[in-house]
Design a protein around this ligand. Structure first.
Ligand SMILES: Cc1ncc(COP(=O)(O)O)c(C=O)c1O
Length: 397
């Protein structure tokens, strides 16, 4: 179907809740997307940190074909082989003693599940979360998202008594606000949506200690940073902290809708039958996808790729910043979650548009940060191709 027709149908029949660029894609292969005219785009967005294996990875496609041909969905009324196998694989990559998983369909749902688990385990009523963090757009996840622009006009759906907001990277603020009512503190190791802001190791470890001392559960939201994006399986590995509960989604099934809550035997044990659940959660198709993703990341040494290419990318971006200090304000992040803050939102938008015009896709986070979150297979050569166009775009500002 031609682009104009896709746009016309979308504008006529869909809720207008997404701001969309004038692009639509027909297919993808590796780190490239192709539009209806066959035009090729190098993709550093990966469906917002989702398509960890890029597009149409042959082994993943085979696993999905096999699965579709024999079983896509059965209910959690029964045991599900692929779900059990994925939970087992996840236990091999989560830090001890986190060995159990609850599956759902998205990052927001995973965070809802994590908060419900914490409230039930502790018998407490409050959740602490960071200002400018992002945890999703369902009611409780939106409540935990300390951003007015996301909560605005939906306040009726948020229990204001439940949420206490702290300043990211300010341990004294966390200390002052944590009480014996605090069931959980939820945190991202790198705040992706708000522009790629990293927690310092001291802050993250300090939060871990405060939670332990207070009997508060530490929930690390690895929805965006997990599944290898930082060059470690989890950002909390990179920051040297073991949480009580972790959540993930995006990259776990490389494009199939999935979310997961992971925790210890003891904490998971409170979620008895009837406490939580979802019809689709962890169905055979999405969990077979997750198994293939973990196997391929291991077999193709993709964490190593993320570290090697990511480090070189940081160097290149910092060198560009040194050349254009008035245009590039900051370079942040690690591995394949990098943020390049540009002086103004207008300049950031003009970089994005220039790059699209030159067949490279980039995403802007919080208006003026160019966020690079490519597939984990992104190569050194593709990084160089990106840098060539990006340098031109910055020089033109
Ligand atoms: C850190 C984090 N948590 C939660 C979410 C929400 O995930 P989903 O959009 O799958 O509900 C996101 C999405 O961007 C995220 O980045």
């Amino acid at each position: 179907m031609e682009f104009d027709k896709v746009k016309e149908l979308s504008q006529r029949y869909l809720f207008p809740n997404y701001g969309r660029l004038d692009l639509a894609f027909e297919r993808g292969e590796g780190c490239y997307l192709y539009d209806d005219e066959g035009k090729q785009y190098l993709d550093t967005v990966a469906g917002i940190a989702v398509c960890s294996l890029g597009y149409s990875h042959p082994e993943w496609v085979k696993a999905m074909r096999d699965q579709v041909s024999h079983l896509v969905h059965v209910s959690n009324l029964y045991y599900i082989k692929e779900q059990a196998q994925l939970a087992q694989r996840i236990s091999t990559i989560t830090p001890e003693p986190i060995t159990r998983t609850l599956f759902c369909n998205s990052g927001a749902e995973a965070n809802e599940g994590a908060m419900k688990t914490a409230v039930r385990y502790t018998g407490r009523t409050k959740i602490m979360s960071a200002l400018n963090g992002f945890h999703g757009r369902t009611s409780a996840a939106m409540g935990a998202t300390g951003q007015k622009n996301i909560q605005n006009s939906f306040e009726a759906l948020i229990n204001k008594d439940a949420y206490v907001y702290y300043t990211f990277n300010d341990l004294e603020d966390v200390k002052a606000k944590m009480t014996k009512d605090t069931a959980a503190l939820i945190i991202e190791g790198i705040q992706g949506e708000s522009g790629v802001h990293s927690a310092t190791r001291e802050f993250f470890r300090g939060v871990r200690d405060l939670c332990t001392d207070n009997g508060t559960l530490m929930i690390v939201d690895e929805v965006q940073t997990g599944m290898g994006r930082t060059g470690q399986w989890w950002c909390c590995d990179a920051l040297g902290v073991i949480p009580d509960i972790m959540t993930t989604a995006k990259g776990l099934a490389a494009g199939m809708p999935i979310g997961a809550v992971m925790s210890t035997d003891e904490i998971a044990s409170v979620m008895t039958p009837g406490t939580h659940g979802t019809t689709f959660g962890g169905n055979p198709l999405v969990t077979a996808s997750g198994c293939a993703v973990i196997d391929i990341i291991n077999r193709e040494h993709l964490l190593e790729n993320v570290r090697t290419v990511g480090e070189a990318w940081t160097k290149d971006l910092k060198a560009l910043q040194a050349d254009f200090p008035n245009k590039i304000v900051d370079v942040r992040g690690m591995g394949f979650i990098q943020g390049v803050e540009i002086s103004t939102p207008e300049e950031a938008a003009s970089i994005r548009d220039y790059m699209i015009g030159h067949q490279v896709l980039v995403n802007l986070a919080h208006g003026k940060t160019v966020r690079l979150i490519p597939p984990l297979i992104f190569s050194m050569k593709q990084k160089d191709d990106f840098m060539k166009v990006f340098s031109e775009a910055v020089a033109l500002l």
